[in-house]
Ligand binder design. Structure first.
Ligand code: NAD
Length: 481
């Protein structure tokens, strides 16, 4: 463990008390497989039951706390979290594999989620009156015990983005972070929880199949905010049906990038495309996962993308020279390497590019150099599956209708990007793409925290376009005479 966080290793939080897990498993550094970063508790059924008991007991008091007070407590906690960011970054890099710059950005975003959410709450919470003859008010109230289940790839943002709006809205939470990367979530939520009454935030850890399923099937849990794979999301939807829980689902993606005949392919654009593909070694729900290039620009695009991939330096994220870190865990590493192998065996051309930062220690981490794959069809497993790694298929196309059909030919609908000099054309095509958000000459995230547009089709449920997501976590009800 890093010295800054000796107390969260192997522990979980119930009703304000940190409890040492009777059973634990190691969290290892994906860049140095022999390094144990800390331990994560494998909670029992009883632990999970007690966490839900605590959240249930704390709910009336927290729901009855004024919006102003809730906002003030979160604001205070955000200042304290901001003060320890520099200490938190190394822990996050060591358990996740992200490079330093990306890890720090994620942590800063968590502070912003808290501070902007707190600012947004009070204005949003106000009762609205509907004009007309009858007195009708729209009032807000929280839902109750809310489960937040998050994945390993960007666990900080994806946990904070749900926990903070949920508690700001007056709910209490039971959080289940991913076993492969839980420590920075635990250490940072410890700071937040210390500012709140006991039981408002409870955290249990352990396997999704045991701990996750028990949380999702408990009738006292009234809402579930889940971020993870579509497969797990579907299981959770099934488990929630019995007690009609409210669901917020951010699921898998297979984002296409469409390079049109008039695309501007200057250095800056190619760098943005590379970032869209390789940020966090491709382990991003809304990474570019397929590129369709008009045949008239195909050769030029390939030359430029290869040159850009060749610049990549892959290594331990703790080294400032590393541009891309390792894959986070063995299961994902095996999946990506297997997928590349199967694609090669099926006759595709796989070009592996980039540089190893440290050749001597390469085999001691889940490192992969980035690859560009050509000679694949729309039916290829690499095009249809969510690779979640640094490998990208590039497919030429000849006409606009064909590329729209190929882009939409997937069960996913998270994001997409259109690369062209013609904004009007991009807007017209965006209307026809199955995506929760379409980027123009970019493939990134929304800068403004008020804005987010989760996936369509099997990429998600619920829309969040204002108020830092707080509106997702409260019910409105009518009061009338
Ligand atoms: P995952 O679905 O395997 O696990 C996510 C979380 O769910 C983990 O905490 C896990 O322990 C838990 N879980 C697993 N099985 C469960 C079950 N049966 N019941 C309850 N909980 C269970 O996903 P992952 O591999 O951790 O993350 C990668 C996936 O997440 C990718 O598909 C990626 O696209 C998706 N993702 C989506 C978004 C988004 O915003 N749309 C963001 C990040 C990641």
């Amino acid at each position: 463990m890093t010295s800054a966080y000796p107390s969260i290793s192997g522990q979980f939080l119930i009703n304000g008390e940190w409890i040492a897990g009777k059973r634990v498993t190691a969290v290892t550094n994906p860049a140095i497989l022999t390094e144990v970063v800390g331990e994560v508790a494998l909670c029992s059924k009883q632990d999970v039951g007690q966490a839900i008991d605590a959240a249930q007991a704390a709910f009336p008091g927290w729901a009855g706390t004024s919006a102003e007070k809730r906002a003030a407590l979160i604001k205070e906690a955000s200042s304290q979290l901001a003060a320890i960011i520099e200490e938190s970054v190394p822990l996050f890099v060591r358990e996740n594999g992200k490079v330093l710059v990306e890890a720090k950005k994620d942590l800063l975003r968590c502070v912003e989620i808290m501070s902007k959410g707190a600012d947004a709450l009070v204005a949003w919470w106000k009762t609205e009156s509907i004009p007309g003859g009858q007195m009708v008010q729209i009032r807000r109230r929280p839902r109750g015990v809310t489960a937040v289940i998050s994945p390993w790839n960007s666990p900080m943002i994806l946990t904070f983005k749900r926990v903070i709006p949920a508690i700001l809205a007056g709910n209490t939470v039971v959080v289940k972070p991913a076993t492969d990367c839980p420590l920075t979530v635990l250490s940072s939520l410890r700071v937040v929880a210390a500012h709140l009454p006991p039981g408002v935030i409870n955290i249990v850890t352990g396997s999704g199949a045991l701990v996750g399923e028990q949380i999702c099937s408990d009738p006292r849990v009234r809402a579930i905010a889940f971020t993870g794979s579509t497969e797990t999301g579907k299981r959770i939807m099934g488990m929630s049906a019995g007690t009609v829980k409210k669901l917020y689902m951010e699921l898998g993606g297979n984002d296409p990038a469409l390079i049109l005949p008039d695309a501007i392919l200057d250095e800056a654009a190619i760098e943005r495309i590379r970032m869209g593909i390789l940020r966090a070694a491709g382990q991003v729900c809304s990474a570019i996962k397929r590129v369709y290039v008009h045949e008239s620009r195909y050769e030029e695009f390939m030359t430029k993308l290869k040159r850009e991939f060749q610049r990549m330096i892959v290594g331990n994220g703790m080294q400032p020279d590393a541009m891309m870190g390792p894959i986070n865990n063995k299961a994902q590493y095996d999946f990506v390497t297997g997928l590349i192998e199967r694609t090669r065996e099926a006759g595709a051309h796989v070009q592996t590019l980039g540089n190893k930062l440290e050749k001597e220690t390469w085999e001691n981490g889940y490192f992969l150099l980035p690859s560009i794959v050509t000679g694949v069809s729309q039916a290829s497993e690499l095009v249809r599956a969510e690779q979640f790694g640094p490998v990208i298929p590039v497919i030429p196309y000849s006409d606009q209708e064909e590329v729209i059909a190929m882009a939409n030919d997937t069960e996913f609908g998270l994001r997409a990007s259109i690369w062209t000099a013609n904004q009007q054309l991009a807007e017209a095509l965006a209307d026809r793409l199955d995506a929760g958000a379409v980027f123009f000459n970019n493939h990134t995230i929304f800068q403004d925290l008020h804005l987010d547009f989760p996936g369509l089709k099997e990429s998600g449920l619920s829309r969040e376009t204002a108020w830092c997501g707080i509106d997702l976590f409260a019910d409105t009800y009518g009061f009338a005479n």
